[in-house]
Design a protein. Structure first.
Length: 338
């Protein structure tokens, strides 16, 4: 679940509180080159205003028109239960709606009659919890349960289980020039960005140019990592180049569920760091293997901005569970066909 979809739920809640009728549409199955994945959300209110997307724009105009018309029927004639609909079933329809390569979308339309479940989802995800919601199409009832990273959306034609997770979070240890570049790129990708740097020279000014969307955390890095606490939606990158700060943060990070842990430094420095961590802090080989170092993808980066690109790209690669081998195969294939 991306935070874009959480914003859809926030809009749905606000619209219902303002008295609008609202339909929530969820992508449940795709074939071919459908642009949006299963679980993607679109909300349509009775005046045609929308939030989110189910196809990147291919079918939205038709879907909005149909949904708006349905919402503006007399209250007693409006749908009160979820229903199925599909786009692109035939080649002709796929071409009409601009679905590439004959793509097909199956959608669940759900009239939003109550927002209690939305309140609960927003509350849990704000607390960095991952939540599943199981919707029964026959009666529109839903149940919320705790979920785990790796769980996927499920649809059997009778029930739909979707996942709602917190924003992806990036903690940077160090507030120098490289951290600024990484923070700028990560915020553009909708990460929640946190920075910790207890050094005196950075005490009064987090960055030379203020970045309001980045939040500074006070304290020593190891305490900050432990107090977050770092979870499966958190990436941690140590960029101070000071072992006294980086190593203590990494000690806590490598023992946490954080999905990505990286550290700046040469290969020689990384080997020395791993040796220190193993000898003095009893980290296991499995925990040490989690450390991405030298941090970032190998793209020949030299400037702070280029290094930031490599770091953020590797975080995205790990977040999306793309193996380095699969990524290399994709690049080679693209080169062969270009």
């Amino acid at each position: 679940m991306e935070s874009l979809d959480l914003r859809v739920l926030e809009d749905v809640k606000a619209w219902r509180m303002a008295g609008h009728a609202v339909t929530l549409v969820t992508v449940v199955e795709t074939w071919g080159s459908a642009p949006r994945p299963p679980g993607a959300l679109l909300a349509v209110r009775d005046d045609g205003v929308v939030s989110g997307s189910v196809s990147g724009g291919c079918v939205e105009d038709d879907l909005i028109a149909r949904t708006k018309a349905a919402l503006n029927q007399p209250a007693e004639e409006r749908a009160s239960k979820p229903s199925m609909m599909a786009y692109g079933v035939s080649k002709e329809e796929a071409a009409r709606f601009g679905l590439p390569c004959g793509g097909t979308l199956r959608l669940v339309q759900e009239p939003v009659l109550h927002t209690g479940w939305i309140d609960e989802v927003l509350h849990r995800t704000a607390s960095h919890q991952l939540v599943s919601r199981t919707l029964t199409l026959a009666n529109g009832e839903s149940v919320l349960r705790p979920a785990v990273r790796g769980q996927t959306m499920q649809f059997d034609g009778l029930t739909l289980t979707t996942l709602f997770g917190p924003r992806w979070r990036l903690l940077l240890i160090g507030a120098g020039q490289l951290s600024y570049a990484v923070a700028a790129m990560a915020t553009a990708l909708d990460f929640e960005v946190l920075v910790c740097d207890p050094r005196e020279e950075y005490a009064h000014n987090l960055f030379d140019q203020p970045m309001p969307q980045v939040r500074r955390l006070q304290g020593m890095p190891d305490d900050v990592v432990r107090d977050l606490p770092a979870d499966a939606h958190t990436a941690i990158v140590a960029l101070t180049h000071d072992p006294k700060l980086d190593d203590m943060a990494l000690l806590e990070a490598l023992g946490s569920p954080a999905f990505y842990v990286g550290a700046l430094g040469s290969r020689r420095n990384q080997e020395a760091r791993k040796k220190r961590l193993a000898e003095h802090f009893d980290l296991t080989p499995m925990q040490l293997d989690r450390l991405h170092g030298p941090v970032g993808l190998r793209i020949g980066a030299r400037t702070p901005a280029e290094i930031a690109v490599s770091i953020v790209a590797e975080i995205i690669q790990v977040k999306n569970r793309v193996s380095p081998q699969a990524a290399a195969t994709t690049v080679d294939s693209a080169r062969a066909t270009s």
